[in-house]
Design a protein around this ligand. Structure first.
Ligand SMILES: [Zn+2]
Length: 235
């Protein structure tokens, strides 16, 4: 067995046989992988308190036959303690949508997710919108938001949202459906082209609920799975 270490963020923790847990790690330079944390459920385990979703740090691992084995965790910060317990469902959503959407990662994507995670406790709305758009871009499905999906005509105003379609339609092809506001479009475009240290300053109070719902439906349609924690969000 060869040992190696990597920096990463825990995106999922689940119970396994006996006192063990399976931990899913989004890492800076080794992709996304699962590792077994032996004895993690025992209260005496030193590792146990560090193994919480969204915690980040340095992980020392051994390459096992089937699963990597987590030998040691060095927490970078005590992230969990900064989460307001009333907001916990938003953090579940963050972790679940990352877990279900990403199949691989690279350094750039890792840094972007880590940066969003940093702003998250203070700016929940902006962070979730930015995360959804980042993941949709990464899935390769982020639409051309400026042209009608049907006829490709340029949409300078009057864009319509057609259920189960990722993108917008002109009045002729989508006029029976919901019209998205100019401000909502502007927010999407702004979030897609700016880093999280800038987007967190934008006021999205009015547009947040509609956009979060829309993006979540785009994500679920693309991955053909439900994000279970979405319905727990109090919007
Ligand atoms: Zn059209």
């Amino acid at each position: 067995m060869a040992n190696y270490s990597t920096e990463g963020i825990i995106i999922k923790v689940r119970d396994f046989i006996e006192a063990d847990k399976i931990v899913k790690i989004l890492s800076k330079d080794k992709g996304i992988f699962e590792a077994i944390a032996k004895g993690a459920k025992k209260l005496t385990s030193r590792k146990s308190s560090n193994i919480e979703f969204l915690n980040s740090g340095k992980f020392l691992l051994a390459t096992g036959k089937n699963l990597h084995i987590l030998l040691e965790v060095k927490l970078e910060d005590d992230y969990q303690s900064r989460i307001n317990p009333n907001d916990i469902n938003y953090f579940f959503y963050f972790a679940e949508v990352v877990d279900k959407t990403l199949v691989e990662t690279d350094k750039r994507l890792y840094q972007k997710i880590k940066s969003l995670r940093k702003f998250f406790p203070q700016n929940i709305k902006q962070t979730l919108l930015a995360l959804q758009l980042l993941l949709l871009s990464n899935l390769g499905v982020i639409p051309n938001l400026k042209n009608c999906l049907k006829c490709d005509s340029f949409l300078d105003k009057n864009r319509y949202v057609v259920p189960n379609q990722i993108g917008y339609f002109c009045k002729k092809h989508g006029g029976d459906f919901h019209e998205i506001s100019d401000r909502e479009i502007k927010i999407q475009l702004f979030f897609l082209s700016n880093n999280s240290d800038i987007t967190q300053k934008i006021n999205v109070d009015k547009e947040y609920k509609f956009l979060l719902e829309l993006h979540n439906s785009w994500i679920e349609n693309t991955i053909e799975r439900k994000i279970n924690s979405y319905k727990l969000l109090e919007l």
